[in-house]
Design a binder for this molecule. Structure first.
Ligand SMILES: CC(C)(O)CC(=O)SCCNC(=O)CCNC(=O)[C@H](O)C(C)(C)COP(=O)(O)OP(=O)(O)OC[C@H]1O[C@@H](n2cnc3c(N)ncnc32)[C@H](O)[C@@H]1OP(=O)(O)O
Length: 256
């Protein structure tokens, strides 16, 4: 039992809800440890096929906890490699979704971008306002935001601290879809459940293949994709998926 997050499961979906509403879900190191531990637990759980991270109606997360950071010295943050723990979330192998309503600022935007799919409520506001605090993004914001929205917009957001609304974030390619706020959780759960109903090894390979596009040349990425495509033929789920299509019935994947 924890206080800063709520961990739940719905069918094959692992649900992590940030739960510091009075502090707009500001991300302390404790929150980080709990989110990462919960995600890793779901990653190990064969009964889970997708992981969903969400916050409250007012804030997904308004950033790293400024009150926790304020007293730290250079040596404190350097020696403890402050925030390096979040990198573990990028190594979760199952598909992850961030469902964002309200503020996703600084570390909040970075947490959302650590996920594979970003769904936004029409109330969502994204930004990297660290510059207003005299710092720069520290959980990958300058890198992932630039890859998502391009240099021009990322540079403006990081240098001015301006927030962008959900519509602008969708146009810029940061979010996959915007939905009415009162539909966000249901919609995100539906999306997660759809992914979790697919063959787990195939979904994991699809995730790996898409992520490889950011880390290799086109030729290397295409070769990587082809090898994984070949590998899907070693799974029972490929036999089942194609048989089901030919027999005009729904597939029953066993995740093997
Ligand atoms: C990881 C890195 C390196 O990338 C760094 C970061 O993430 S740095 C943090 C980046 N985020 C911000 O700078 C946003 C800070 N918050 C705000 O600007 C405002 O809170 C707001 C615009 C999101 C919302 O404003 P408002 O509705 O007026 O609410 P507030 O009264 O300001 O906040 C309510 C309550 O929450 C506390 N709060 C909000 N954000 C944080 C935060 N990031 N860290 C710690 N606490 C936060 C705020 O202090 C209020 O609590 P009380 O002081 O009233 O107890």
């Amino acid at each position: 039992m924890t206080e800063t997050i709520i961990v739940d499961r719905k069918d094959r979906v692992g649900l992590i809800t940030l739960n510091r509403p009075k502090a707009l879900n500001a991300l302390t190191l404790q929150v980080m440890h709990e989110v990462v531990a919960a995600a890793q637990e779901f990653d190990r759980d064969p009964g889970i096929g997708a992981i969903l991270i969400t916050g409250s109606a007012k804030a997904f997360a308004a950033g790293a906890d400024i009150k926790e950071m304020q007293p730290q010295s250079y040596l404190d943050v350097y020696l403890s490699d402050w925030f390096a723990g979040w990198d573990a979330l990028a190594r979760v192998r199952k598909p992850t979704i961030a469902a964002v309503a309200g503020y996703a600022l600084g570390g909040g935007c970075e947490l959302a971008m650590l996920c594979d799919i970003l769904l936004a409520a029409d109330t969502a506001k994204f930004g990297q306002p660290e510059i207003k605090l005299g710092v720069i993004p520290g959980i990958g914001g300058s890198q992932r935001l630039t890859r998502a929205v391009g240099k021009a917009k990322a540079m403006e957001l990081c240098l001015t601290g301006r927030m962008m609304d959900a519509e602008e974030a969708e146009r810029a390619g940061l979010v996959s879809r915007v939905v009415p706020a009162d539909r966000l959780l249901d919609d995100a759960l539906e999306t997660a459940a759809t992914i979790a109903s697919m063959s787990l090894p195939t979904a994991m390979m699809a995730k790996e293949a898409v992520n490889r596009a950011f880390e290799s040349s086109l030729a290397e990425g295409i070769l990587f994709e082809r090898r994984l495509f070949h590998a899907t033929f070693a799974t029972a789920d490929q036999k089942e998926g194609m048989a089901a299509f030919v027999e005009k019935r729904a597939p029953h994947f066993t995740h093997r």
